[in-house]
Write a protein that binds this ligand. Structure first.
Ligand SMILES: Nc1nc2c(c(=O)[nH]1)N[C@H]1C(S)=C(S)[C@@H](COP(=O)(O)OP(=O)(O)OC[C@H]3O[C@@H](n4cnc5c(N)ncnc54)[C@H](O)[C@@H]3O)O[C@H]1N2
Ligand code: MOO
Length: 350
């Protein structure tokens, strides 16, 4: 089949792309200017024909089946970018090597985690890019744990061609971000640190063997997702001086993080917050605006994070503990404003 693109192609205007609509019966021998999509609900959604495909007589039934009676012949203007090229340039500008970029298809590039870690997304950058119009940046939520290969973001051009200026503006915004963020990129994945955790389980009913400890195994399981271990678990009854001494023993072992379970709410036997305060911890917050997990305490003793975990952490799959843990493991120091921000979208149960 002869490639008739040149003989049928329109002449380009300086700067602006020329699109010529060609009826399918006249399109044999021309090359597709962009990917063509097929969607069969519940069965398939994706590219049926690739950009640059040379149309043959045999393609006609399949093209008609996806509703294409015309195709575009495109002559790209020098001031514009093809949707695929715009998507790839934006993705490269916004990411670093913690993200793997897909080949562009149908005007879209997917950015996937190169390793298991926490997605760090600058919300202001996402809004700034999307304010430009005609281009789209979709991301997961900031601080989301992702598996290796997990989706983090996607860039897309909305029209078939996008002005180069828009993509240049994305690059400028990303450069500016890097300059003010110590070289970090606006979209990235941060690996989890493998911390050694010291665990103190409080509760006289557990200490005296009236009931079996269920908190320890729940915490071990939650930590194991991130590759962290409980290096030592100790037990204490609901007595403040004993709890204080047991936390001191854990601190002496130089564990990277201390978790204290139970005794976090309003009963007279709830001694954990008082014990952590008495140790001189810097209390970032006792209480969070998240349900479940409102009774959590976040603090630091020196550089060591210490958390008081309320009973819901042992019972519910996702609590304020599960929201904060990946951030601590990704190296963030939790501030009061981080706790405050948990309230919006933080009603998950109770
Ligand atoms: N009147 C109020 N009641 C409660 C409030 C409140 O503000 N006012 N807060 C609620 C919230 S939120 C939570 S969460 C729970 C749990 O708080 P605590 O951390 O103080 O939990 P405990 O009182 O120590 O125990 C509650 C429950 O869980 C069992 N438990 C505790 N540790 C273990 C363990 N290691 N293994 C197995 N079971 C354990 C304990 O036996 C109790 O049954 O308080 C709400 N109530
Ligand atoms: O700390 Mo409690 O969840 O709000 O269940």
């Amino acid at each position: 089949m002869a490639d008739k693109e040149k003989e049928k192609g329109p002449s380009a205007d300086a700067g602006t792309t020329v699109l010529r609509e060609v009826a399918l019966n006249e399109a044999i021998g021309l090359r597709l200017g962009h990917d063509l999509t097929q969607i069969i609900p519940g069965v398939f959604k994706g590219r049926l024909f690739k950009r640059g495909h040379l149309i043959t007589e045999e393609d006609v039934p399949a093209l008609l089946n996806i509703g294409k009676e015309h195709i575009y012949v495109m002559e790209l203007g020098s001031g514009e970018l093809h949707e695929d090229d715009a998507a790839i340039e934006m993705a490269k500008a916004l990411a670093n090597d913690s993200l793997i970029l897909s080949e562009p298809h149908e005007g879209k590039v997917s950015l996937k985690a190169a390793f298991k870690g926490m997605a760090v997304i600058d919300r202001k950058m996402v809004d700034a890019v999307n304010s430009l119009g005609e281009i789209a940046l979709a991301t997961v939520l900031d601080n989301k744990p992702v598996e290796a290969g997990g989706a983090v973001a996607a860039t897309r051009a909305i029209p078939l061609v996008v002005s180069k200026e828009k993509v240049e503006e994305v690059k400028r915004l990303a450069d500016e971000y890097r300059k003010t963020s110590g070289g970090a990129s606006p979209l990235r994945v941060v690996p989890f640190r493998k911390l050694q955790v010291g665990l103190l389980t409080t509760g006289s009913e557990v200490y005296h063997g009236r009931i079996q400890d269920k908190f320890g195994p729940a915490v071990v399981e939650k930590l194991s997702f991130f590759g962290c271990e409980v290096a030592e678990q100790r037990f204490a009854p609901d007595k403040q001086d004993i709890i204080i001494n047991e936390i001191r023993s854990l601190l002496e072992q130089d564990y990277d993080m201390i978790l204290v379970t139970g005794g976090m709410s309003v009963d007279p036997d709830d001694r954990t917050p008082g014990a952590i305060k008495a140790l001189g911890a810097e209390i970032v917050s006792y209480g969070t605006p998240m349900l479940p997990g409102s009774m959590l305490l976040m603090g630091y003793i020196g550089e060591v994070p210490i958390m008081g975990l309320p009973g819901c952490v042992m019972h519910d799959p996702y609590t304020s503990f599960d929201a904060l843990l990946p951030r601590i493991l990704a190296g963030q120091k939790i501030r009061r404003e981080d706790i405050i921000a948990l309230g919006y979208g933080g009603l998950l149960g109770c």
